[in-house]
Design a protein around this ligand. Sequence first.
Ligand SMILES: Cc1cc2nc3c(=O)[nH]c(=O)nc-3n(C[C@H](O)[C@H](O)[C@H](O)COP(=O)(O)OP(=O)(O)OC[C@H]3O[C@@H](n4cnc5c(N)ncnc54)[C@H](O)[C@@H]3O)c2cc1C
Length: 386
Amino acid sequence: MKYDVVIAGAGPAGSTLARRLAGAGLEVLVLEKEFMPREKPCGGGITYKAARLLDFPWQDVIEDTVHTAVFSYQGKSEVTVRLKTPLAYMVTRSSFDRMLADRARQAGACLVEGAPVKDIAVENGLVTVAAAGETYHGRLFVGADGVNGRSAMLLGLHHPGETGPTLEAEVACPPEVLEQKRGTIRLDCGAVPWGYGWVFPKRDRLSTGVGAFTRKVKELKKLLGGFLAREGLGSARILSLRGYPIPSGGRKKRIHSRSALLIGDAAGLVDPFSGEGIYYAIKSAHLAAEAILDSRAQPEGAPGLYQSLVDRHVTAELMEARRLARVFYTFPRVAFGLVEKNPDIAGQLCQIVCGEGNYSGLKEAAAEVIRAILSRKRTAGSLPHH
Ligand SMILES: Cc1cc2nc3c(=O)[nH]c(=O)nc-3n(C[C@H](O)[C@H](O)[C@H](O)COP(=O)(O)OP(=O)(O)OC[C@H]3O[C@@H](n4cnc5c(N)ncnc54)[C@H](O)[C@@H]3O)c2cc1C
C-alpha cells in the first residue's frame, strides 16, 4: 500500500500531525520505535500556550494546574509570580503521549509500534521507508522521531552539537509536602551553568532536574544533588534518574529535503531560553499539516512551504530567545539581580509562556530597565559633592 504520508515517531509532534492529516482524509502511517505507553524524560509541563493548541478534551491526563512560578538563584533571592490564568498544566508524558497517539488512531491514522525507522530512500517522488524488517511506501516522509531519532541523519539534515544535557529525577514526596508544592513550579537559574534546575508537581511525586543549553556543562549528577539539597529534597527517595539531551533551538537551518521534512525535536525546535519543546512540537506539526494539505495537488511543494512557515512563525521567535539566553546565561547572577529588583520582567516571561507576550517585548522591557539604571547612575555621578 502507498500512504500519502509516512511519519517516524509518535511523540506530541508525530501524533498531532497524524491526527490532523488523517482527519482531513489522508492515508497516514506512523512508525513508532517503542510500544505505547512509553517513557520520555520530561518535566511534563504543558504551558498555557501549548494547551491552547489542543482543540479536544484532554483534562483526564492533567495531574496539577500551575498558577505560580518561583524563580531563584542558587536557592536564594526568590521572585514569585502569580497569574490568574494557568501558567502550565502538569502531565506524565507516557499518559499524555498515549492519549495523543490514541487520538491519531481514532482520526484514522495507522500506527505501527515497535517499528524503529532504519532507512529512508527517495526516488521519483516515492519515499521508501524500512522499519522492523518491513518496507513502507509514501508520497511524503516526516521525521518526528525526537532529538535521538535517525531521520535527520538519514536525510542529511543533522546538525551535531546543537543539544545540551539534562538529568531528570522523579522523587517521592510525603503527601503533606506535596500539598504545599501544588500549583507551583520552582526554577533556579543558578543550579547549573547555562541552564536551570526545576521542581514540578505531579499527582503523587515531583519531577525535578537540571539541564543546560550547551554541551560544555559536565557533572550534572553533582549539580542535581546540590540543587535538591537547597530545595529541601536532599533526602527524598529518587524513583527514577534519567539523562537525556535537549535541543537548543533558535538557529536558522534547513529542516526539509526532497519529499521529506522534520518536525518537533527532530528539527531542533526547542526554546533555548526556557527549554519548552512541547508547544513547538505541536505548533510545527500544525504548520506541517497546513503545508501538506495546501500542497495536496503537488505534494513535492509541501517541504519547501513548510520550511518557510516555520522560519516565519517559529524560528524568528526562537532566535530572539537565543539572543536573550546568550546574555542571561553568560551573566546569570547579574541578570537575576536585575529580575529581583524588577519583578515585572519575571511577570513578562510568564506572559510569554502563556502565549501573551514575546521575546522582543521582554528584551525591550529589560533594555528599558537597564537604561533607567544607567541614567540614575549617571545622574548620581554628576551630583555636586558637599
Ligand atoms: C529533561 C527534559 C525535560 C523537559 N521538560 C519539558 C517541559 O516541561 N515542557 C516542555 O514543553 N518541554 C519539555 N522538554 C522538551 C520536550 O520533552 C520535547 O521538546 C518534546 O518531547 C518533543 O516532542 P517530539 O514529538 O518532537 O519528540 P519526542 O517526544 O522525543 O518523540 C519522538 C518519538 O519518536 C520515537 N522514535 C525515536 N527514534 C525512532 C525511530 N528511529 N523510528 C521511529 N520512532 C522513533 C520515540 O520513541 C518517540 O516516541 C523537556 C526535555 C527534557 C529532555
